[in-house]
Ligand binder design. Structure first.
Ligand code: SF4
Length: 452
């Protein structure tokens, strides 16, 4: 017997407006988005930004490991198969060199507040290599971690890894779960039974790491509302401290690996909307605090506290309680963010290694933010994180009134002379409302995913 507690009509506290949802939009993990970066900026602008950091600045570091043991068909990340050991070793050597180059410029001057390892799969390298990277940073920087987080692939996680993470001082682990349904796992090329994920959770908790994040996906091939409900129930039983529930973005024209997924098996727009609404209501009923439009945190988690205190921010990993104004990314394709610029490292790992071996900072793309970009970026982040924005400059207000009129007529938002407030039921339309402030978009976009 199925056990839906919420009918779609009740879940309809989110009104369904397919005409609004038809337009694909960016996720706005940054504004301007990575698609708006250009190659007119690079290493010189990175040198300049680092030179301007004042003594004692608290920064966050992000280390990118663009390798995975097995590539999942749905994945949109910049990652490749680990393949030859030699390739991975060369990458790690380059990464250590980049850490040293950065440390020679700012190592003694700044304070590393947060360190995050992402990918790809950071546990595609060996536990020893991981410990060595952590040690290099501790040796070369003034580090005083509020949080040290690592993304892991549960399929290749081991008891040894759990012990290594604990010994290195890791405080938070994120794992890709997506769905526990076997038929969906087969359809997306990622087999990882519930028992395997539960074992990883058990190992981590036994090692003293209790802050565990799960990433789930709705809108997957062959996924039904019942499948989502089962995965949510199994997830809640494992009590991860944070859950992200993302909508699957099927973009096979940009991501050849997604061509293995049969598009005819994907849920339609209405089914996706139902799943997002159902997931939101399920997790909030299970006492998770909603953060933005797709994150949920247990009440004792710092992200829930940030949501209550209106201090949630948007970053490249989604919604965060990290309040550093400076994030420096290391590794191929990693993105750095300063108050006045965003810079991205060379994406190709061969060219990345070459630049680093020439003692150069490997940023090769990015954007210098104009005052207008910064205003719009602040407004977009406020809308996504808090559902409202104040002090909108007059010129921007004039430009966006027409674009927001459909949302206003449907009662989803209220507009003042210099502020905008989205109603609670506008949550699924957050990215669409935010996109009206995006001066780089012209209404089209085949590189983006549906807002829900
Ligand atoms: S493990 Fe994660 S990063 Fe690697 S291919 Fe699968 S989804 Fe992508």
């Amino acid at each position: 017997m199925r056990r839906f507690q919420f009918s779609v009509i009740k879940v309809g506290m989110w009104p369904y407006h397919p005409e609004l949802l038809a337009r694909p939009v960016p996720r706005y993990t940054s504004y301007p988005t990575a698609a708006d970066f250009h190659d007119g900026v690079g290493g010189a602008e990175m040198e300049e930004a680092l030179a301007q950091l004042s003594a004692g600045t608290a920064i966050s570091l992000y280390i990118h490991i663009p390798y995975c043991e097995q590539i999942c068909w749905y994945c949109g990340c910049n990652t490749g198969a680990t393949g030859r050991k030699q390739r991975l070793d060369s990458y790690l050597q380059a990464l250590e060199m980049e850490i040293a180059h950065l440390a020679s410029r700012i190592g003694g001057r700044v304070r590393v507040n947060r360190l995050a390892f992402g990918g790809g799969s950071p546990n595609a390298i060996t536990p020893i290599a991981f410990a060595r990277l952590c040690d290099r940073i501790l040796t070369l920087f003034r580090a005083d971690y509020e949080e040290l987080s690592v993304e892991i692939d549960p399929r290749i996680f081991t008891l040894d890894w759990a012990a290594t993470l604990a010994a290195c001082g890791v405080t938070r682990v994120s794992m890709g779960v997506q769905s526990f349904a076997e038929h969906i796992q087969k359809a997306i090329g990622r087999i990882q039974p519930l028992a395997l994920v539960a074992k990883c959770v058990e190992w981590l908790r036994a090692a003293g790491i209790d802050a565990i994040n799960f990433d789930l996906i709705y809108g997957l091939p062959k996924q039904s509302l019942a499948d989502l409900e089962d995965t949510l129930a199994e997830t809640v039983a494992l009590k991860p401290s944070r859950i992200a529930l993302f909508g699957y973005a099927h973009l096979p024209h940009l991501l050849p690996r997604q061509r293995r997924i049969d598009g005819s098996n994907l849920p339609g727009g209405y089914e996706r909307f139902e799943m997002a609404a159902f997931g939101y209501e399920y997790l909030t009923s299970a006492k998770y605090v909603p953060v933005g439009f797709d994150h949920f945190a247990l009440p004792g988690d710092p992200l829930a506290a940030a949501a209550h205190g209106d201090s949630v921010r948007r970053n490249f990993q989604g919604f965060t309680d990290d309040n550093s104004d400076v994030l420096i990314g290391l590794g191929a394709s990693a993105i750095s963010r300063f108050p006045d610029r965003i810079l991205q490292n060379e994406k190709n790992s061969g060219r990345y290694r070459q630049l680093v071996s020439q003692c150069r900072l490997p940023a090769t793309r990015g954007i210098i933010l104009s005052c207008d970009d910064r205003d719009r970026g602040r407004i977009i982040a406020d809308l996504l994180c808090r559902g409202e924005a104040q002090n909108i400059p007059e010129q921007i207000m004039k430009e966006i009134r027409y674009g927001l009129s459909a949302f206003a007529e449907l009662g989803l938002i209220s507009l003042g002379s210099s502020d905008l407030k989205a109603r609670e039921e506008a949550l699924p339309y957050s990215r669409l409302i935010a996109s009206v402030f995006d001066s780089f978009r012209n209404g089209s976009g085949t590189s983006w995913s549906p807002a829900i």
